[in-house]
Design a protein around this ligand. Structure first.
Ligand SMILES: [Zn+2]
Length: 79
């Protein structure tokens, strides 16, 4: 489990980035909202998109190693 935050300020292209607590790119405490604890960035993204429809995962902290695990679990379920 990691703790995730959603930026309350859009980035350069107008998206709101999700970061885990340890990310070096996380915004200042006044410029982020607490999302909660999640297993990975994809779960955090689902919650964040309910709050801001153009929320995205931070490339530095959220996108690493979550994708392959997610796809593997999905294809096993389908059978
Ligand atoms: Zn980040």
């Amino acid at each position: 489990m990691k703790f995730f935050y959603l930026s309350s300020k859009p980035n350069k292209v107008g998206h709101f980035e999700i970061h885990d607590k340890e990310c070096e790119l996380i915004p200042d405490s006044l410029e982020r909202d607490y999302l909660g604890p999640f297993n990975n960035g994809r779960e955090a993204l689902r919650k964040a998109q309910l709050m801001k429809s153009n929320a995205v995962c931070c490339e530095n902290c959220c996108l690493t190693n979550s994708q392959t695990v997610f796809i593997t679990a999905k294809s096993e379920e389908a059978q």
